[in-house]
Design a protein around this ligand. Structure first.
Ligand code: ZN
Length: 277
């Protein structure tokens, strides 16, 4: 039976196959070697071992932008497990040190991603990587955020269900309701007017909101956060979804009560002191 190396690299080339292609090739070889019945029994173990090697073994050294790819994988697993990315929806990106962008591929469940599955694009949307996958269809809203704001290093777009409920109702999120949400998300989370997903119209509708906001509801669509790093963008996504859920629950009890004026002043002072440290 061939060595794992032979499955990972294309013949006569140093190009790595995608993780999915490697797993398929190993599965096929196991079935040929041991027969279908035994293959069905041992394939889950073999697949887990192969994925482990691809993620953590020496082979990973050949994956370009491995560190950033791993960050995206981790974010995708967190947000996918939370149910914010139904089917293959949603997309995640980071800005690399050279100014280009690493983004999730189109059509894949975020929970299944591997670091070498990502697609690298420049700020004009030209694909620079040579992998087998297509760039996320929503790449334009990501690139618009990076072009408009130099401080943005990560973008997360999800279909988190409670936040998307507000987007479907064309209702901004009034985040003066929870102190933690106010601290993390700033002012009101606005609703960006509808543009069909994957169109330049959606990206251009976003432009007027980018200057003053880092968290947005996309009308009749979903949620988007932008931040200085990916972990922050993920936490902002979770916080916005929590805020939306609490507001919907509070309305069942007669309606949420906003933080009082004096509380906002105190929160501002606490935040200012934190920034000075
Ligand atoms: Zn979407």
């Amino acid at each position: 039976m061939a060595y794992l190396h032979d499955f990972i690299y294309n013949e006569n080339s140093n190009c790595r196959r995608s993780s999915e292609a490697v797993v398929k090739a190993v599965a096929s070889a196991v079935a040929n070697q041991f027969g279908t019945d035994l293959a069905v029994k041992i394939l889950p173990t073999v697949t887990a071992a192969v994925v482990g090697v691809l993620d953590n073994g020496d082979y990973s050294a050949s994956v370009p932008f491995l560190k950033e790819g791993r960050e995206i994988v981790r974010a995708g697993r967190i947000l996918g497990a939370l149910g914010y990315m139904a089917g293959a929806s949603g997309n995640i990106s980071v800005r690399l040190d050279d100014g280009t962008v690493l983004i999730t591929p189109s059509g894949m469940r975020k929970i299944d991603l591997h670091p070498d599955d990502m697609v690298r694009v420049d700020l004009a949307g030209n694909v620079l990587s040579e992998g087998p996958y297509k760039v996320s269809s929503e790449y334009m809203i990501h690139l618009q955020a990076y072009r408009s704001r130099n401080d943005v290093r990560a973008v997360v777009h999800t279909h988190a269900p409670y936040a998307t409920t507000f987007a479907a109702a064309h209702m901004p999120l009034d985040n003066t309701v929870l102190a933690e949400a106010w601290n993390m998300l700033g002012g009101t989370i606005p609703v960006v007017p509808f543009g069909a997903p994957s169109t330049p119209e959606l990206a251009s509708n976003l432009i007027p909101f980018l200057k003053d906001h880092s968290c947005f509801l996309l009308e009749n669509h979903g949620l988007m956060t932008i931040a200085k790093d990916l972990e922050t963008a993920v936490q902002m996504t979770e916080t916005a979804e929590f805020l939306a859920k609490i507001q919907i629950n509070a309305r069942a009890l007669g309606g949420e009560k906003p933080l009082r004026g004096d509380s906002i002043r105190i929160l501002r002072e606490v935040q200012a002191k934190r920034c000075q440290k």
